[in-house]
Design a protein around this ligand. Structure first.
Ligand SMILES: NC(=O)c1ccc[n+]([C@@H]2O[C@H](COP(=O)([O-])OP(=O)(O)OC[C@H]3O[C@@H](n4cnc5c(N)ncnc54)[C@H](OP(=O)(O)O)[C@@H]3O)[C@@H](O)[C@H]2O)c1
Length: 303
């Protein structure tokens, strides 16, 4: 039976992975995250608290569990917070990853790590896996340093870069889609930029891609994103339409109009042909992803 150690299982992606891995009878899974307790019922899932910044904890947990695969869905993911909390951001996104690399090496595990479009400068868009990174903000720099720590380590690895994740879960950080929904439902107007272009990614598609990588034992870098490129403004309007909310509350602005702490790359669309061909992965377009989100919110009684 293959043993999976999941890190960051309380996050948006982590929860989805925990649910999907939990349904695989031929895998033994240990979920871990920074918080003392797991968001899901502890009778149904194995869970242990694990702070990736603590080298000795990572080392001892990995040597006792002896995973074949470690999936790292943990991270400091708030881009503006990272700009102002550089030491903490580095500790989680780089030092924590270095701890996983060392632990993976010791037990011969494959490390599957999640990274971001923000390692690119956003000047051209349509990035391929081997395009040159050039991060524009501190979050992007930490994520690139985390990738590099893995790439030079000589271990088996896969790095999955994704973009603007959306979906729902228990006590998850508010992602862009949930932020738009919360505001429009309460009649608040919002400002969304029409000059940042990306391919929003429904969280289940990303989780499926990661599980395919594990199942097919693929290594290397993979770009996994939604199949449609839009601006944040366009995405917000599409959300309003899908949920029958008032798109008139959405005001189109430019990035320079917003007081964001961290610099944003403008166009981070990514080429995903490798994931399509090597993993057989077909990701949702915006209409499909939002329909799935709507179903999920309805069954959770949140819509
Ligand atoms: N969200 C996006 O739009 C986006 C876009 C591109 C790439 N990504 C990448 O995708 C991955 C998953 O993102 P996400 O949105 O699912 O993240 P998320 O919801 O913010 O969850 C991240 C999780 O990391 C855990 N964590 C934080 N510090 C930790 C530590 N020191 N040790 C162990 N766990 C720690 C937290 O656990 P607790 O809750 O237990 O404290 C949290 O649940 C990240 O690598 C991110 O960089 C995300």
């Amino acid at each position: 039976m293959r043993r999976f150690l999941l890190c960051g299982s309380n996050g948006l992606l982590g929860q989805r992975l925990a649910l999907m891995l939990g349904g695989e009878t031929e895998y033994e899974v240990l979920n871990t995250s920074h918080h003392r307790s797991f968001v899901f019922d502890h009778h149904l899932f194995d869970y242990t608290q694990l702070d990736l910044t603590r080298a000795s904890d990572v080392k001892s947990l990995v040597s006792s569990f002896q995973p074949d695969v470690i999936i790292n869905a943990a991270g400091a993911t708030n881009v503006d917070w990272c700009e102002d909390h550089r030491e903490e951001a580095w500790a989680i996104n780089v030092t924590g990853v270095e701890h996983l690399v060392e632990a993976s090496r010791k037990v011969g595990a494959t490390l599957i790590h999640v990274s971001t479009d923000y390692i690119f400068d956003g000047k051209t868009g349509n990035y391929r896996e081997d395009d040159r990174p050039n991060p524009q903000n501190y979050y992007g720099k930490t994520k690139l340093a985390g990738e590099n720590a893995i790439r030079i380590a000589g271990i088996d690895y896969a790095i999955v870069r994704t973009v603007v994740l959306y979906g729902t879960g228990y006590r998850v950080k508010r992602n862009f889609a949930l932020w738009v929904l919360d505001n429009l439902k309460s009649g608040m107007s919002i400002r969304c930029v029409d000059d940042q272009i990306s391919c929003p990614t429904y969280v289940t598609d990303l989780a499926l891609g990661i599980l395919k990588i594990a199942e097919l034992e693929k290594t290397g870098i993979f770009h996994i994103t939604g199949s449609e490129a839009v601006s944040r403004y366009e995405f917000a309007v599409r959300i309003a339409r899908a949920f029958n909310l008032d798109a008139g509350l959405i005001h189109r602005v430019k990035t320079s109009d917003l007081p964001q702490r961290a610099v944003r790359p403008m166009n981070t669309t990514m080429i995903t042909v490798k994931a399509q061909t090597e993993l057989g992965l077909k990701t949702s377009n915006i209409e499909q992803g939002l329909a799935l989100l709507k179903q999920e919110l309805q069954s959770a009684g949140k819509n």
